[in-house]
Design a protein around this ligand. Sequence first.
Ligand SMILES: Nc1ncnc2c1ncn2[C@@H]1O[C@H](COP(=O)(O)OP(=O)(O)OP(=O)(O)O)[C@@H](O)[C@H]1O
Ligand SMILES: [Mg+2]
Length: 335
Amino acid sequence: MMAETTARPVRAQGGEPVLQCRDLNVHFQTGEGRISAVNGVSFDLHRGQCLGIVGESGSGKSQTFLAILGLLASNGHATGSVVLNGEEILNTSRRKLNAIRGEKMAIVFQDSITGLTPHKRIGEQLCEVLTQHRGMSRSEARSRALEMLELVRIPEPARRFRMYPHEFSGGMRQRVMIAQALLCQPDVLIADEPTTALDVTVQAQILKLFKGLADHTDTALVMITHDLGVVAGLCDEVMVMYAGRAIEQASVDSLFYDPRHPYTRGLLACMPRADRDSESLTAIPGQPPDLSELPPGCAYAPRCPQAFDRCLTERPSLDLAVEGHLKACHLENAP
Ligand SMILES: Nc1ncnc2c1ncn2[C@@H]1O[C@H](COP(=O)(O)OP(=O)(O)OP(=O)(O)O)[C@@H](O)[C@H]1O
Ligand SMILES: [Mg+2]
């Protein structure tokens, strides 16, 4: 007998979650119809926790967190509930969201250049955050900003303070973005594919930096990535998304050693591994469904090698498979 647990946290931890998301839905109105980009996503995030979000391109990873931050495009609309430190923040006023984004939640994107103002010196940009959001004096702001640049391992921070964004390499710019995101010591740091644009060596350095932050600060980290290797190295919990839905949620160990959803198994089979040559690497055959016409059953059924009749007609809910491990799949009840 499986318990209905759609609104359950992934793992019960002590204390209130810093961020609690319940039944989040995101729709976009377009000329071609209504796109259901995020469909009933729920999770809890605790202090010091690192939550990985994985799934193919278009599965709703970014829109989930853009909705939480109040940053959806103007044709988008979010419903559900997002509680930050006990306070409902979904669709709250612009003023409140601005304050939240400066102080309580920060996001780092893949493309660091768009997050920085090109004609302003790095130091000026960092200090502004502190003088505006924290009311610090210029000299206080300067010493805190320098401290942050040191924390993200930028060599010679005092000299770099006077430089412009284009004078930095991609990896260094990404470090500046992370420093900027951390300036106000946010409760939640969201990293959306933060290393995708960087070469492999720099990627490893930046991921090490995140690992250090996750281990040594109270900030809860959300790591959005295509790369299950990143999740394995960094995260405690993971949510796998498909067609805007969470289809599996578990601790990283449980997900890697005991995956319950055929889609997750497919993703794991596509992971590069030292003991496999790269030629045996395959993508999961087929395409995700059209988000303006989601099928009535499981959205993965048309691609699933184990699908049976019920999968095409009835959408599986996210249920408890084993303690702390949720999956949305009918398979255990297959005929
Ligand atoms: N303004 C918009 N209007 C219509 N559809 C949109 C809009 N913004 C996003 N979408 C759609 O929402 C869906 C989810 O997008 P999202 O950006 O969350 O994907 P993702 O999982 O982050 O993918 P990726 O890994 O490529 O970043 C996509 O199909 C996307 O095309
Ligand atoms: Mg994205």
